[in-house]
Design a protein around this ligand. Sequence first.
Ligand code: 5GP
Length: 173
Amino acid sequence: MSELIPVLSKEQIRTLVEKVAKQISVDYKGKELILIGVLKGAYIFCADIAREITLDRLKVDFLRAASYGGGTTSTEEIKLTKDIDIDITGAHVLVVEDIVDTGLTLRFLIDHLKSYNPASIKICTMIDKKERRKVDLQADYACHVVQEGFLIGYGLDYDEKYRNLPGIYEMKL
Ligand code: 5GP
């Protein structure tokens, strides 16, 4: 049985999400913004942050990159398995990610989205995990920063399980 060490409670997550959503609402005031959630891990974070952003013209879409499988290390081979449906040409885009680890997934997704010529493209992540970053990539908005560890809960899985946990935990395998 693996040990689960609490990292963020449901209440702490709510406070952090509200704070970041408030900042996004200020930064994009008067603009149309398209949130692009990265499936599957960001589905809960994206739903929560969208409901806290107070912009009138907010759109939401999703894409999906092939990720972990059953292991706990990022694969360096990334594939787009679902593209966006909304036209983002000339639009302000905010990519909503669950966790940035090596940064390779987001680098790949950002390069892909840039090919549609959006007006701007920024990154919002629930967790910014610093230690294993391999590319020069900074999250513009991060709810919480950790150095290391394999996290589960609040959308984050291990072998497709634990996504439904309302808090975030570090899993000691
Ligand atoms: P990166 O390409 O930045 O190394 O990894 C990004 C993806 O790897 C995330 O979207 C997530 O799916 C997965 N990932 C990275 N770190 C963790 C972690 O601590 N826990 C879980 N569950 N997934 C992670």
